[in-house]
Design a protein around this ligand. Structure first.
Ligand code: SAH
Ligand code: SF4
Length: 383
C-alpha cells in the first residue's frame, strides 16, 4: 500500500503516471490531501469513480498516529506522535499575535549528542519518513481547523523562535492556520536530508501548503556539506546552532564541531547567503550559566561572526532531568545581549514558551529507544 503522504508533487506526478493518469490529477489530489486535509478518497468528488476505486486498492493517506496532547498555560500545544515500537516524537504549536508557528521533529532521537540537549541525551533511533515529517503539519492543521482555532485564538506575542520581523513585508494569508514552520523539534534535519527536502518542497508548493521560503526555517547544528546541498536544492531560512565562540568550547558543547569546525561553518554560512531567501543567518546561542555566557564570550562572538550578516537568537538554557547545566542569570543574559548590541549586532532573547508542559527548546524528549552508541565516528551524514 502506497502512502501518498510520502510524495512531494514530483513524486505524486510520477505515481499517477504509473497509473496512466495525467499530471493534473497529482495536483488535484495534492490539494485534497494537504489543503483540504482529506484522508479519504471517497470525498475527492472531482476524480473519476474508477480512479478513486483504483486508489482505494493501491494507496492510502496515512498520517502518523497521535498518542497524547497537552496544552500549556500560554496556549502552546504539544503532541506526541506514535512512530512505532515504544517510540514517540513531539511536535509543538506556538500561537502568537500575527502568526502560528509549528516546531517539527525530523528524527527519533539524535545522534549528535550535544551536551545540553535532552533529545541528544537519548541517542538515535531512526529517521522520520516524509509522511511522518509532513504528517505533523497535516495533523496540526487538521486539529486546529476542526476546533476552529488558529489565527483567531492567537494571543499576545511572546518572543519568537526565529527573528521573523521581516514578516512585515511578507504577510501571512489571513486564512492560514500554521503560518510558519521551524525544523527545531527532535533531531537534526540535515542528517535526514532526503526526507527533509521532500517535506520542505511540500511546505512550499502552492498545491500543498504554499508557505513562503522566508517562513520555513531549517535549524542545523552545522553539517557543512549538507548546508551547501540545501542552498542548491531548497533554500529556506537558515538557523545555525552556534552556542560557543571558539572551537575549544564548541567541541565540548556541540561535538559535530570536531568534524566541521567554526572556520568551515562560518564560510558555509557565507556561501548559503548567496541562495538564502533572507539576507541574514540566524545564530542560535544557548546561554548556560558559567559555561558560555561571559562578556568575553560575547566579544569573541562578535569577532567570529564579523563577516557573516546575521541576527542572534539568545536562548536561556532550559533545564531537563539529568542535566547539570543551569540557566544564565538575568544579569548575565542582559550583559551578553548588550555586548552584542554595542557591536551593532541584532540580538533577541527568546522567551520560553510552553515550559510547563516541557515544550520549550531542548526539552522535547518524546520516547526514544536508543539504538546507537553515541560516539562521533558513528555519525553518518548524507553527503
Ligand atoms: N538539531 C537541530 C535542530 C533541533 S534543536 C539543531 O541543533 O539546531 C533546536 C534548538 O534547540 C537548537 O538551537 C538547540 O541547540 C536548542 N536546544 C537544545 N537543547 C536546549 C536546551 N536544553 N535549552 C535551550 N535550547 C536548547
Ligand atoms: Fe541533535 Fe540539535 Fe539536540 Fe544537538 S541540539 S543533540 S543536533 S537535536
Amino acid at each position: 500500500m502506497q502512502n501518498l503522504l510520502d510524495f512531494d508533487l514530483a513524486g505524486l506526478t510520477g505515481y499517477f503516471a504509473s497509473l496512466g493518469e495525467k499530471p493534473f490529477r497529482a495536483r488535484q489530489v495534492a490539494r485534497w490531501i494537504h489543503q483540504s486535509g482529506a484522508a479519504d478518497f471517497a470525498c475527492m468528488t472531482d476524480l473519476a469513480k474508477t480512479l478513486r476505486e483504483k486508489l482505494l486498492q493501491q494507496a492510502a493517506i496515512v498520517p502518523p498516529r497521535m498518542m497524547a496532547e497537552q496544552t500549556a498555560s500560554d496556549g502552546t500545544r504539544k503532541w506526541l506522535l506514535d512512530v512505532g515500537g515504544k517510540n514517540g516524537v513531539e511536535t509543538v504549536y506556538i500561537p502568537e499575535t500575527n502568526r502560528g508557528t509549528l516546531c517539527i521533529s525530523t528524527q527519533v532521537g539524535c545522534a549528535l549528542d550535544c551536551s545540553f540537549c535532552s533529545t541528544g541525551k537519548q541517542g538515535f533511533n531512526r529517521n522520520l519518513s516524509v509522511a511522518e515529517i509532513i504528517g505533523q503539519l497535516w495533523w496540526v492543521n487538521h486539529v486546529l481547523r476542526e476546533s476552529g482555532e488558529g489565527i483567531r485564538t492567537r494571543q499576545t506575542d511572546a518572543g519568537c523562535l526565529v527573528d521573523t520581523d521581516s514578516d512585515h513585508d511578507d504577510p501571512a494569508p489571513p486564512d492560514r492556520i500554521v503560518t510558519n514552520v521551524v525544523m527545531m523539534g527532535m533531531g537534526e534535519p540535515l542528517a535526514n536530508y532526503d526526507n527533509t527536502i521532500t517535506a520542505l518542497r511540500l511546505m512550499l508548493d502552492d498545491n500543498a501548503y504554499g508557505l513562503s521560503r522566508r517562513r520555513v526555517t531549517v535549524s542545523t547544528s552545522g553539517l557543512v556539506p549538507a548546508m551547501d546541498r540545501l542552498a542548491e536544492d531548497c533554500p529556506v531560512a537558515l538557523a545555525v546552532s552556534l552556542h560557543a565562540p571558539n572551537d575549544q568550547l564548541r567541541d565540548q558543547l556541540v561535538p559535530i564541531n570536531r568534524k566541521y569546525p567554526l572556520a568551515d561553518l562560518m564560510a558555509a554560512c557565507q556561501r548559503y547567503l548567496d541562495h538564502a531567501p533572507r539576507d541574514f543567518i540566524t545564530f542560535e546561542y544557548i546561554l548556560i550559566d558559567g559555561v558560555n555566557d561571559r562578556v568575553e564570550h560575547a566579544r569573541e562572538l562578535v569577532r567570529l561572526t564579523r563577516d557573516v550578516p546575521c541576527k542572534f537568537n539568545l536562548i536561556p538554557f532550559n533545564p531537563f532531568p539529568g542535566s547539570d547545566y543551569r540557566r544564565s542569570s538575568p544579569e548575565s543574559q542582559r550583559a551578553f545581549r548588550e555586548t552584542l548590541a554595542e557591536a551593532g549586532l541584532v540580538a533577541t532573547t527568546r522567551k520560553t514558551r510552553g515550559d510547563d508542559i516541557d515544550a520549550a527548546c531542548g526539552q522535547l524528549a518524546g520516547r526514544v529507544q536508543d539504538k546507537t552508541r553515541r560516539t562521533l565516528h558513528r555519525i553518518e551524514v548524507n553527503r
